[in-house]
Write a protein that binds this ligand. Structure first.
Ligand SMILES: [Zn+2]
Length: 344
């Protein structure tokens, strides 16, 4: 089969011939129809996430079940499925209590420790496959639920715990995950302040429900936010960029009893720095991280999309053979919303 491979960390993706996977008793073979392309793939390509190379990357996968092992009961040949991409044990304290992202026997991600979806076929544990209705969603739309929509659901429901009428600032609001966070915050009843670097991304955020947009490079960033909020500040900042400048800006905008939720990938050279740590105490600020979504939340993410409450924002579609160009466009900031590689 044809597959895109990171042969050595740091290199571009190469289109290669690889053997079609053979499945075990509790595994399924999925014919890939679509695979989302986000910045996480860049981190994997550069070797900044755990895993090993050579590796077929890609974790936002939707496709058709082609074959199942003898022990598989949750999916059958011909089902349309989306992929939960964490490889968890299903047995530890966290897996047993709807907190799989904290699994103590975590085995990594699809596409870092096992081969992923930028290929004609992928082999997966059947417990990572969730059916969706082909009548309601295209494969491209379903593929990005995996990360770009499930992750915001976890943030809204489990970490930020967004309540109606709260002010929510989303930093990186025009990106693949950010644009769905905008919609999710809106769905939870929040007043959404979108922050990003380009007019195009801010416009996209407005289209999908942001009430206010703020240029991330505004030299008067904090003042601007103060004016927009009548000096109240922001209740919850959700930072998908998590660089020192964005954390500093976000932190400075928080109201008393505010929260800042950090996601994305910390650059190893960036220490977590708070300009005035006394504010954490004075204003009773919560600083928290958020990590992907649980299987139950993934199921809910499929449900909210099928019900039409969240619209998958696929803004760029690429042919399979252009997968590396797709990744390059994402890496160089040319994609607002999510890019998807479609496989005929
Ligand atoms: Zn576990």
């Amino acid at each position: 089969m044809k597959a895109f491979v990171v042969e050595k960390f740091g290199e571009r993706l190469k289109l290669m011939d690889r053997p079609k996977p053979t499945i075990g008793r509790v595994e399924a073979l999925v014919k890939v129809k679509a695979c989302g392309i986000g910045l996480t793939l860049s981190w994997i390509r550069l070797g900044r996430m755990s895993g090993s190379a050579p590796r077929i990357i890609g974790h936002e996968i939707a496709g058709i079940v082609e074959e199942v092992g003898d022990g598989v009961t949750n999916v059958s040949k011909g089902d349309s499925v989306a992929v939960y991409f964490y490889l968890t044990c299903g047995k530890c304290e966290y897996c047993m209590t709807d907190r799989e992202t904290l699994c103590t026997n975590f085995k990594g991600n699809v596409g870092t420790r096992t081969d992923g979806g930028l290929a004609e076929y992928v082999k997966l544990p059947s417990e990572n496959l969730f059916k969706f209705s082909k009548a309601k969603l295209s494969y491209s739309e379903a593929s990005i639920i995996s990360d770009a929509i499930a992750t915001p659901l976890h943030v809204a429901k489990r970490r930020a715990v967004i309540r109606p009428l709260e002010s929510i600032m989303i930093i990186g609001a025009g990106g693949g995950v950010g644009i769905h966070m905008v919609q999710m915050a809106k769905l939870f009843g929040a007043d959404v302040y979108a922050v990003d670097v380009s007019e195009e991304k801010l416009k996209l955020a407005s289209t999908y429900g942001a009430t206010h947009t703020i240029d991330a490079n505004d030299p008067q960033f904090v003042e601007t936010v103060k004016k927009l909020t009548n000096n109240k500040g922001i209740h919850t900042v959700i930072d998908f960029v998590s660089r020192p400048s964005t954390i500093s800006n976000g932190f400075s905008c928080l109201s008393p009893n505010g929260k800042i939720v950090l996601l994305g990938h910390f650059h190893p050279e960036d220490p977590l720095h708070i300009d005035d740590p006394q504010d954490v105490i004075r204003k009773e600020i919560s600083i928290m991280g958020s990590r992907y979504a649980t299987k139950q939340e993934f199921r809910e993410a499929i449900d909210v999309v099928e019900r039409g409450l969240i619209k998958p924002v696929v803004t760029a579609r690429y042919k399979f053979e252009d997968a590396d160009n797709a990744l390059r466009d994402v890496e160089e900031g040319r994609v607002s919303g999510r890019a998807v590689v479609e496989i005929a």
